[in-house]
Design a protein. Structure first.
Ligand SMILES: Nc1nc2c(ncn2[C@@H]2O[C@H](COP(=O)(O)OP(=O)(O)OP(=O)(O)O)[C@@H](O)[C@H]2O)c(=O)[nH]1
Length: 248
């Protein structure tokens, strides 16, 4: 089965991380397919790949959904090193998930400037107001202090802001890529070990993700992703510059 692709299309890699059960998988699937998957158990990282059109430009978006189960409280360094941008998710109903997110933001600060990836802090489950343990202001303040974007959303209720969160990140990445590559995207290979599913949203139509965000997707893939797969891609290149400051 073909698991590697060469394309000249601009590519954006996003890592979605956060404590267990905060809605990382639901968020990723919602962004890419507009669907909400209520129960989505996974004890391994998953890599989603999909073509998304943003501002009339087709982009290959790869999102690694970092499983909360495979790590205890460890910062997923390899996945972050692989990514162009990161979404740190917590649930407004789970104070511990907020604390985990704060630790993650601290770790991002330690990694700068060697790995200055754009980061968005995303507070999920805003529909569960009656169970709220984290005030919106706490999240917003933390985001300001850490120089990142902040959105409070409900993936279950399909908040428009969740699309905006990704769109802002993608645009930021495009700007950075424009600066570093002089406008020319460097095509990179990515290998995966095992295909577990294909064609998200392949119902015969190229599903429109969001009217609000003017963004479109085409059928995509989802694969199990092992850390060793990330090692084979750009991680090893970055690691050489990385070890000096990565005291996590
Ligand atoms: N009420 C509500 N429930 C949500 C929302 N987003 C996700 N959930 C639920 O939260 C639970 C966990 O969602 P997942 O997407 O599996 O969470 P995860 O962070 O990927 O979990 P792990 O992969 O185990 O780390 C599921 O039961 C979802 O249906 C939301 O916005 N509102």
């Amino acid at each position: 089965m073909k698991t590697e692709e060469k394309t000249n299309m601009p590519r954006i890699r996003i890592a979605v991380l956060g404590k267990i059960n905060v809605g990382k998988s639901a968020l990723t699937v919602r962004y890419l397919t507009r669907r909400f998957i209520g129960e989505y158990r996974s004890n391994t990282d998953l890599l989603y790949r999909q073509t998304v059109t943003v501002n009339n430009t087709p982009l290959e978006v790869e999102i690694i959904d970092v499983s909360g189960e495979t790590r205890d409280s460890t910062f997923p360094l390899e996945q972050v090193q692989w990514a162009d941008a990161c979404v740190v998710v917590y649930s407004i109903t789970d104070k511990q998930s907020f604390e985990y997110a704060m630790e993650a933001l601290e770790n991002f600060q330690k990694l700068r400037p060697v790995s200055a990836v754009p980061v968005t802090l995303l507070a999920n489950k805003a529909d569960l107001e009656h169970l709220r343990e984290v005030e919106e202001l706490e999240g917003r303040t933390a985001a300001i202090q850490n120089g990142c974007q902040f959105f409070e959303v409900s993936v279950a209720e399909n908040s428009a802001d969740l699309y905006q969160a990704f769109e802002v990140l993608v645009n930021e990445c495009r700007c950075l890529q424009g600066n570093t590559n002089n406008g020319h995207h460097k095509s990179r290979k990515f290998s995966v070990s095992k295909m577990i599913g294909t064609l998200i949203g392949s119902n015969g139509k190229n599903g429109t993700i969001s009217n609000q965000s003017q963004q479109h997707t085409q059928g995509g893939t989802v694969v199990v992703c092992q850390k060793s797969d990330l090692h084979r891609s750009r991680v090893l290149k970055r690691r050489q510059n990385f070890t000096a400051t990565a005291s996590l």
